[in-house]
Write a new protein. Structure first.
Length: 351
Protein backbone atom coordinates (compact mmCIF):
# COMPACT_ATOMS: atom_id res chain seq x y z
CA UNK A 1 0.00 0.00 0.00
CA UNK A 2 1.09 3.56 -0.67
CA UNK A 3 2.41 5.40 2.36
CA UNK A 4 -0.05 7.63 4.18
CA UNK A 5 0.83 11.24 3.38
CA UNK A 6 -1.03 13.02 6.17
CA UNK A 7 -4.53 14.37 6.17
CA UNK A 8 -3.98 17.52 4.11
CA UNK A 9 -2.64 15.53 1.15
CA UNK A 10 -5.29 12.85 1.55
CA UNK A 11 -8.28 15.18 1.80
CA UNK A 12 -6.84 18.14 -0.10
CA UNK A 13 -9.93 18.75 -2.22
CA UNK A 14 -12.05 19.21 0.94
CA UNK A 15 -9.68 21.63 2.64
CA UNK A 16 -8.94 25.34 2.17
CA UNK A 17 -5.40 24.84 0.87
CA UNK A 18 -3.82 25.67 -2.48
CA UNK A 19 -0.73 24.46 -4.33
CA UNK A 20 1.27 27.20 -2.65
CA UNK A 21 0.23 26.39 0.93
CA UNK A 22 3.29 25.08 2.77
CA UNK A 23 2.05 21.81 4.26
CA UNK A 24 3.32 21.35 7.79
CA UNK A 25 2.60 17.73 8.64
CA UNK A 26 3.68 14.93 10.94
CA UNK A 27 1.53 12.50 8.93
CA UNK A 28 -1.35 12.83 11.37
CA UNK A 29 -4.73 11.16 10.79
CA UNK A 30 -5.49 7.65 9.50
CA UNK A 31 -6.18 6.47 13.04
CA UNK A 32 -7.86 3.11 13.64
CA UNK A 33 -11.57 2.55 14.19
CA UNK A 34 -11.40 -0.31 16.67
CA UNK A 35 -14.32 -2.65 17.51
CA UNK A 36 -14.91 -2.94 21.27
CA UNK A 37 -16.74 -6.23 21.86
CA UNK A 38 -16.97 -6.05 25.64
CA UNK A 39 -18.55 -2.60 25.53
CA UNK A 40 -20.86 -3.71 22.68
CA UNK A 41 -21.98 -6.56 24.92
CA UNK A 42 -22.66 -4.13 27.78
CA UNK A 43 -24.87 -2.04 25.50
CA UNK A 44 -26.58 -5.20 24.20
CA UNK A 45 -29.44 -5.61 21.66
CA UNK A 46 -27.01 -6.21 18.80
CA UNK A 47 -25.51 -2.72 18.97
CA UNK A 48 -22.01 -2.53 17.46
CA UNK A 49 -19.63 -0.14 19.18
CA UNK A 50 -16.33 1.14 17.79
CA UNK A 51 -13.80 3.58 19.16
CA UNK A 52 -12.04 6.10 16.96
CA UNK A 53 -8.67 6.01 18.64
CA UNK A 54 -7.35 9.48 17.89
CA UNK A 55 -4.82 9.15 20.69
CA UNK A 56 -2.63 7.50 18.04
CA UNK A 57 -1.91 10.81 16.34
CA UNK A 58 1.72 12.07 16.33
CA UNK A 59 1.42 14.06 19.57
CA UNK A 60 -1.12 11.69 21.07
CA UNK A 61 -4.39 13.54 20.53
CA UNK A 62 -6.94 14.61 17.91
CA UNK A 63 -5.58 18.14 18.09
CA UNK A 64 -2.98 17.24 15.45
CA UNK A 65 -5.73 17.09 12.82
CA UNK A 66 -6.56 20.71 13.45
CA UNK A 67 -3.00 21.80 14.02
CA UNK A 68 -1.60 20.60 10.68
CA UNK A 69 -4.13 22.94 9.06
CA UNK A 70 -3.80 25.85 11.50
CA UNK A 71 -0.01 25.89 11.35
CA UNK A 72 0.16 25.38 7.58
CA UNK A 73 -2.17 28.34 7.08
CA UNK A 74 -0.35 30.44 9.66
CA UNK A 75 2.89 29.77 7.79
CA UNK A 76 1.27 30.58 4.46
CA UNK A 77 0.16 33.92 5.92
CA UNK A 78 3.67 34.66 7.20
CA UNK A 79 3.17 34.11 10.94
CA UNK A 80 6.31 33.77 13.04
CA UNK A 81 4.63 32.92 16.32
CA UNK A 82 1.49 31.16 17.48
CA UNK A 83 -0.32 31.12 20.79
CA UNK A 84 -2.99 29.04 22.49
CA UNK A 85 -4.67 28.54 25.83
CA UNK A 86 -4.74 24.88 26.71
CA UNK A 87 -5.65 22.18 29.16
CA UNK A 88 -2.61 20.40 27.71
CA UNK A 89 -3.23 18.64 24.41
CA UNK A 90 -3.57 21.74 22.27
CA UNK A 91 -0.34 23.04 23.77
CA UNK A 92 1.54 19.85 22.92
CA UNK A 93 0.21 19.80 19.38
CA UNK A 94 0.70 23.53 18.75
CA UNK A 95 4.27 23.28 20.04
CA UNK A 96 5.15 20.31 17.84
CA UNK A 97 3.73 21.75 14.61
CA UNK A 98 4.95 25.29 15.27
CA UNK A 99 8.48 24.07 15.92
CA UNK A 100 8.41 21.97 12.77
CA UNK A 101 7.40 25.11 10.91
CA UNK A 102 10.19 27.15 12.55
CA UNK A 103 7.88 29.33 14.62
CA UNK A 104 7.71 30.35 18.24
CA UNK A 105 4.98 28.64 20.23
CA UNK A 106 3.46 30.34 23.27
CA UNK A 107 1.13 28.25 25.37
CA UNK A 108 -0.89 29.37 28.38
CA UNK A 109 -2.04 26.75 30.84
CA UNK A 110 -4.00 26.61 34.11
CA UNK A 111 -1.31 26.09 36.72
CA UNK A 112 -1.53 22.64 38.32
CA UNK A 113 -4.29 21.29 36.04
CA UNK A 114 -2.35 19.91 33.09
CA UNK A 115 -1.47 16.21 32.96
CA UNK A 116 2.23 15.43 33.24
CA UNK A 117 2.75 13.93 29.77
CA UNK A 118 1.28 16.98 28.06
CA UNK A 119 3.48 19.36 30.00
CA UNK A 120 6.52 17.19 29.24
CA UNK A 121 5.74 17.40 25.53
CA UNK A 122 5.26 21.16 25.44
CA UNK A 123 8.53 21.67 27.29
CA UNK A 124 10.60 19.33 25.14
CA UNK A 125 9.14 20.64 21.88
CA UNK A 126 10.44 24.01 23.04
CA UNK A 127 7.22 25.89 23.64
CA UNK A 128 7.27 28.99 25.83
CA UNK A 129 4.95 27.80 28.57
CA UNK A 130 3.12 30.36 30.70
CA UNK A 131 1.05 29.13 33.65
CA UNK A 132 -1.68 31.27 35.18
CA UNK A 133 -3.33 31.01 38.55
CA UNK A 134 -6.68 30.67 36.81
CA UNK A 135 -8.63 28.24 34.66
CA UNK A 136 -8.76 27.54 30.93
CA UNK A 137 -11.51 30.05 30.28
CA UNK A 138 -9.45 32.87 31.78
CA UNK A 139 -6.40 31.79 29.78
CA UNK A 140 -8.41 31.80 26.55
CA UNK A 141 -9.63 35.31 27.22
CA UNK A 142 -6.05 36.55 27.62
CA UNK A 143 -4.60 34.78 24.57
CA UNK A 144 -7.46 36.01 22.39
CA UNK A 145 -6.59 39.56 23.38
CA UNK A 146 -2.89 38.96 22.84
CA UNK A 147 -3.55 37.68 19.32
CA UNK A 148 -5.67 40.76 18.55
CA UNK A 149 -2.97 43.16 19.72
CA UNK A 150 0.36 41.51 18.88
CA UNK A 151 1.88 39.63 15.92
CA UNK A 152 0.96 36.18 17.17
CA UNK A 153 -1.60 33.82 15.60
CA UNK A 154 -4.26 32.19 17.77
CA UNK A 155 -4.49 28.41 17.21
CA UNK A 156 -7.31 27.52 19.58
CA UNK A 157 -10.41 26.02 17.97
CA UNK A 158 -11.83 29.50 17.36
CA UNK A 159 -9.31 29.46 14.50
CA UNK A 160 -11.48 28.15 11.61
CA UNK A 161 -8.64 26.12 10.09
CA UNK A 162 -8.57 23.96 13.21
CA UNK A 163 -12.12 22.75 12.56
CA UNK A 164 -11.36 22.21 8.87
CA UNK A 165 -8.56 19.83 9.76
CA UNK A 166 -10.53 18.09 12.49
CA UNK A 167 -13.50 17.34 10.24
CA UNK A 168 -11.34 14.73 8.49
CA UNK A 169 -11.93 12.39 11.44
CA UNK A 170 -15.55 12.10 10.30
CA UNK A 171 -14.36 11.30 6.76
CA UNK A 172 -12.22 8.49 8.14
CA UNK A 173 -15.12 7.09 10.18
CA UNK A 174 -17.36 6.98 7.11
CA UNK A 175 -14.57 5.56 4.95
CA UNK A 176 -14.05 2.77 7.51
CA UNK A 177 -17.72 1.92 8.16
CA UNK A 178 -19.03 2.51 4.65
CA UNK A 179 -21.64 4.85 6.16
CA UNK A 180 -22.16 7.22 9.06
CA UNK A 181 -22.87 5.58 12.44
CA UNK A 182 -26.22 5.98 14.21
CA UNK A 183 -24.54 7.73 17.12
CA UNK A 184 -21.28 9.61 17.43
CA UNK A 185 -20.28 9.97 21.08
CA UNK A 186 -17.68 12.61 21.85
CA UNK A 187 -16.27 14.30 24.94
CA UNK A 188 -16.92 18.03 24.88
CA UNK A 189 -14.87 20.90 26.26
CA UNK A 190 -14.78 23.90 23.92
CA UNK A 191 -17.03 22.00 21.49
CA UNK A 192 -14.62 22.39 18.60
CA UNK A 193 -14.39 18.68 17.92
CA UNK A 194 -18.12 17.97 17.93
CA UNK A 195 -18.57 20.89 15.53
CA UNK A 196 -15.81 19.64 13.25
CA UNK A 197 -17.13 16.08 13.14
CA UNK A 198 -20.54 17.38 12.16
CA UNK A 199 -19.02 19.48 9.35
CA UNK A 200 -17.25 16.36 8.12
CA UNK A 201 -20.33 14.15 8.18
CA UNK A 202 -22.39 16.81 6.40
CA UNK A 203 -19.80 17.27 3.66
CA UNK A 204 -19.53 13.54 3.08
CA UNK A 205 -23.31 13.25 3.08
CA UNK A 206 -23.50 15.93 0.41
CA UNK A 207 -20.96 13.96 -1.64
CA UNK A 208 -23.15 10.86 -1.09
CA UNK A 209 -20.39 8.89 0.65
CA UNK A 210 -22.97 8.22 3.37
CA UNK A 211 -26.74 8.12 3.13
CA UNK A 212 -27.49 9.23 6.68
CA UNK A 213 -26.17 11.48 9.42
CA UNK A 214 -25.42 10.49 13.01
CA UNK A 215 -26.99 11.77 16.18
CA UNK A 216 -24.22 13.85 17.74
CA UNK A 217 -24.00 12.92 21.42
CA UNK A 218 -21.76 15.25 23.41
CA UNK A 219 -20.63 14.42 26.94
CA UNK A 220 -19.28 16.80 29.53
CA UNK A 221 -17.93 16.07 32.99
CA UNK A 222 -20.61 16.74 35.60
CA UNK A 223 -18.57 19.45 37.35
CA UNK A 224 -17.84 21.18 34.03
CA UNK A 225 -21.06 20.84 32.06
CA UNK A 226 -22.11 24.31 30.86
CA UNK A 227 -23.85 22.99 27.74
CA UNK A 228 -25.98 20.72 29.92
CA UNK A 229 -26.69 23.46 32.45
CA UNK A 230 -27.41 25.97 29.69
CA UNK A 231 -25.10 28.52 31.28
CA UNK A 232 -21.36 29.04 31.81
CA UNK A 233 -19.82 27.42 34.87
CA UNK A 234 -17.62 29.87 36.76
CA UNK A 235 -15.51 27.30 38.60
CA UNK A 236 -15.42 24.13 36.48
CA UNK A 237 -14.10 21.03 38.22
CA UNK A 238 -13.33 17.49 37.05
CA UNK A 239 -10.40 15.14 37.25
CA UNK A 240 -10.71 14.86 33.46
CA UNK A 241 -8.60 18.01 33.25
CA UNK A 242 -8.63 18.08 29.43
CA UNK A 243 -12.31 19.07 29.52
CA UNK A 244 -12.23 21.24 32.63
CA UNK A 245 -13.87 24.12 30.77
CA UNK A 246 -16.73 26.31 31.96
CA UNK A 247 -17.43 28.54 28.98
CA UNK A 248 -16.98 26.70 25.65
CA UNK A 249 -15.55 28.85 22.87
CA UNK A 250 -17.80 27.19 20.27
CA UNK A 251 -21.03 27.45 22.29
CA UNK A 252 -23.40 28.57 19.49
CA UNK A 253 -21.96 26.08 17.02
CA UNK A 254 -22.43 23.30 19.56
CA UNK A 255 -26.10 24.13 20.01
CA UNK A 256 -26.57 24.23 16.24
CA UNK A 257 -24.96 20.78 15.89
CA UNK A 258 -27.16 19.34 18.62
CA UNK A 259 -30.30 20.67 16.95
CA UNK A 260 -29.40 19.76 13.38
CA UNK A 261 -28.36 16.22 14.31
CA UNK A 262 -31.19 15.58 16.80
CA UNK A 263 -28.43 14.90 19.30
CA UNK A 264 -27.95 15.89 22.91
CA UNK A 265 -25.53 17.06 25.56
CA UNK A 266 -25.34 15.01 28.71
CA UNK A 267 -23.09 14.91 31.72
CA UNK A 268 -21.14 12.02 33.20
CA UNK A 269 -19.71 12.00 36.70
CA UNK A 270 -16.01 11.63 37.35
CA UNK A 271 -16.82 8.19 38.74
CA UNK A 272 -18.56 7.20 35.47
CA UNK A 273 -15.54 8.51 33.55
CA UNK A 274 -13.06 6.51 35.60
CA UNK A 275 -15.18 3.35 35.29
CA UNK A 276 -15.16 3.68 31.50
CA UNK A 277 -11.42 4.50 31.55
CA UNK A 278 -10.78 1.28 33.42
CA UNK A 279 -13.14 -0.83 31.30
CA UNK A 280 -11.45 0.36 28.11
CA UNK A 281 -8.04 -0.60 29.46
CA UNK A 282 -8.82 -3.82 31.32
CA UNK A 283 -11.41 -5.31 28.93
CA UNK A 284 -10.49 -3.87 25.55
CA UNK A 285 -6.75 -3.26 25.87
CA UNK A 286 -7.18 0.42 24.98
CA UNK A 287 -5.43 3.12 26.99
CA UNK A 288 -6.99 6.55 26.60
CA UNK A 289 -6.87 9.57 28.85
CA UNK A 290 -9.71 10.16 31.35
CA UNK A 291 -11.43 12.92 29.33
CA UNK A 292 -11.61 10.63 26.32
CA UNK A 293 -13.38 7.94 28.34
CA UNK A 294 -16.27 10.39 28.84
CA UNK A 295 -17.54 9.31 25.40
CA UNK A 296 -17.77 5.67 26.49
CA UNK A 297 -19.10 6.61 29.94
CA UNK A 298 -21.84 8.58 28.20
CA UNK A 299 -22.74 5.70 25.91
CA UNK A 300 -22.97 3.30 28.85
CA UNK A 301 -25.17 5.80 30.69
CA UNK A 302 -27.57 6.17 27.73
CA UNK A 303 -27.22 2.64 26.34
CA UNK A 304 -30.96 1.92 26.41
CA UNK A 305 -31.61 4.80 24.02
CA UNK A 306 -29.38 3.42 21.25
CA UNK A 307 -31.40 1.86 18.42
CA UNK A 308 -31.25 -1.97 18.39
CA UNK A 309 -28.60 -3.31 15.99
CA UNK A 310 -27.32 0.23 15.59
CA UNK A 311 -23.74 1.36 15.12
CA UNK A 312 -22.05 3.67 17.62
CA UNK A 313 -18.65 5.34 17.37
CA UNK A 314 -17.08 6.71 20.55
CA UNK A 315 -14.23 9.14 19.96
CA UNK A 316 -11.14 8.53 22.10
CA UNK A 317 -9.55 11.92 21.79
CA UNK A 318 -6.28 11.42 23.66
CA UNK A 319 -3.72 8.76 24.52
CA UNK A 320 -3.59 7.31 28.02
CA UNK A 321 0.15 7.97 28.21
CA UNK A 322 -0.67 11.65 28.49
CA UNK A 323 -1.71 11.20 32.10
CA UNK A 324 0.31 8.53 33.90
CA UNK A 325 -0.68 9.88 37.33
CA UNK A 326 -4.36 9.15 36.76
CA UNK A 327 -3.59 5.68 35.45
CA UNK A 328 -1.52 4.72 38.46
CA UNK A 329 -4.03 6.20 40.89
CA UNK A 330 -7.07 4.59 39.30
CA UNK A 331 -5.63 1.17 38.43
CA UNK A 332 -6.17 -0.26 41.91
CA UNK A 333 -3.13 -2.33 41.09
CA UNK A 334 0.44 -2.30 42.31
CA UNK A 335 3.85 -3.57 41.38
CA UNK A 336 4.92 -6.62 43.40
CA UNK A 337 8.60 -6.58 44.28
CA UNK A 338 10.47 -9.81 44.92
CA UNK A 339 13.99 -11.18 45.12
CA UNK A 340 15.31 -12.65 41.83
CA UNK A 341 14.55 -16.27 42.73
CA UNK A 342 12.55 -18.71 40.57
CA UNK A 343 10.73 -20.43 43.43
CA UNK A 344 9.76 -17.16 45.06
CA UNK A 345 8.42 -15.76 41.79
CA UNK A 346 6.51 -18.94 40.99
CA UNK A 347 4.88 -18.89 44.41
CA UNK A 348 3.95 -15.24 43.99
CA UNK A 349 2.31 -16.18 40.68
CA UNK A 350 0.21 -18.78 42.48
CA UNK A 351 1.87 -21.82 40.91
N1 LIG B 1 -10.64 15.30 24.80
C1 LIG B 1 -9.39 15.70 25.02
C2 LIG B 1 -8.36 14.68 25.34
C3 LIG B 1 -9.07 17.07 24.94
O1 LIG B 1 -7.81 17.46 25.15
C4 LIG B 1 -10.09 18.00 24.64
C5 LIG B 1 -9.81 19.44 24.59
C6 LIG B 1 -11.38 17.51 24.42
C7 LIG B 1 -11.62 16.16 24.50
C8 LIG B 1 -12.52 18.41 24.10
O2 LIG B 1 -12.48 18.87 22.79
O3 LIG B 1 -12.57 21.29 23.23
O4 LIG B 1 -12.99 20.38 20.96
O5 LIG B 1 -14.65 20.04 22.77
N2 LIG B 1 -8.71 19.94 24.92
C9 LIG B 1 -8.34 21.35 24.76
C10 LIG B 1 -6.86 21.52 25.03
C11 LIG B 1 -9.19 22.27 25.54
O6 LIG B 1 -6.43 22.63 25.42
O7 LIG B 1 -6.09 20.59 24.83
P1 LIG B 1 -13.22 20.23 22.40
Amino acid sequence: AAQWKGLIETYRSYLPVSDTTPVVTLLEGNTPLIPVPYISEQVGRGVKVFVKYDGLNPTGSFKDRGMTMAISKAKELGAQAVICASTGNTSASAAAYAKRAGMRAFVMIPDGYVALGKLAQALLYGAEVIAIDGNFDEALRIVRQLSENYPVTLVNSVNPYRLEGQKTAAFEVVDALGNAPDWLCVPVGNAGNITAYWMGFCEYHQQKYCDRLPKMMGFQAAGSAPLVAGKPILHPETLATAIRIGNPANWEKAIAVKEASLGAFNSVTDEDILDAYQILAAHEGIFCEPASAASVAGLLKLKDEVPSHGTVVCVLTGNGLKDPDSAIRVSNNAVKSVIPDLAVVAELMGF
